[in-house]
Design a protein around this ligand. Structure first.
Ligand code: TYD
Length: 208
């Protein structure tokens, strides 16, 4: 049996992660792999319940610390109930967002990157993807796409201001620079099929 692989797609709002995840899953399935498509926050019954609490309500519904703990709790359930069982049967698991989103979104305010990694060590024994694909778009393009998609601000977190989202984008760039083996930066601009091709190329060495 081929080993299962855990692949995550990361990036800011409007980078096209969800569309690309579907296209990537279809391409891998065409190659004969079993593929599980999932997302964070969510991806298991418990984690989807936490998602609803995280993404709805007013700005101040959760403190930054409570929010970070809830993302970590959702992730622990997602890994245990969905990701590990799929990997154990040899499937490829593609997740729309994972730990690096918590590092980028929750790890630069009251908490820092080391705090988020500590929560992940406690909640999920530090479990990491085999590869992370960081979809990068110039800020102006990402902002334009996010507006087209959402009309206005999206959810509790997506609706934060431009400075916040620029800091998130900068954090992803930092992670990709410090962990080049796990995290590959993918140019998310241009034709969608070309982007899918770049994603596949960044997984070539993991394919059976
Ligand atoms: P989602 O609808 O999946 O947004 P997108 O289409 O932009 O991926 O909502 C997820 C939101 O939650 C998004 O604004 C990013 C945020 N988020 C965090 O702040 N921390 C996390 O750990 C994760 C997984 C998501």
């Amino acid at each position: 049996m081929n080993p299962g692989r855990f692949i995550t797609l990361e990036g800011g709002e409007g980078a096209g992660k969800s569309t690309q995840l579907r296209a990537l899953a279809a391409a891998l399935r065409a190659g004969g792999l079993e593929v599980v498509e999932t997302r964070e926050p969510g991806g298991s019954e418990g984690a989807e319940a936490i998602r609803a609490m995280l993404l709805t309500g007013g700005d101040d519904r959760w403190s930054p610390r409570a929010e970070a703990l809830m993302f970590a709790a959702a992730r622990a359930d997602h890994i245990e109930k969905t990701i590990r069982p799929a990997l154990a049967r040899g499937a490829w698991v593609l997740s729309d967002r994972f730990l690096d989103s918590s590092r980028a979104y929750q790890g630069q305010g009251d908490l820092d990157d080391a705090d988020i990694l500590t929560l992940h060590a406690l909640g999920s024994a530090g479990f990491l993807p085999d590869r992370t694909l960081f979809l990068q778009l110039p800020a102006e393009q990402a902002e334009a796409r996010a507006l087209i998609r959402d009309g206005t601000a999206s959810d509790r977190i997506g609706g934060r201001d431009r400075d916040f989202h620029r800091a998130v984008a900068a954090a992803f760039v930092r992670f990709a620079t410090t962990e080049p083996e796990r995290i590959r930066t993918i140019d998310a601009s241009g034709d969608a099929a070309d982007v899918t091709g770049r994603l596949l190329a960044a997984l070539a060495d993991l394919l059976p």
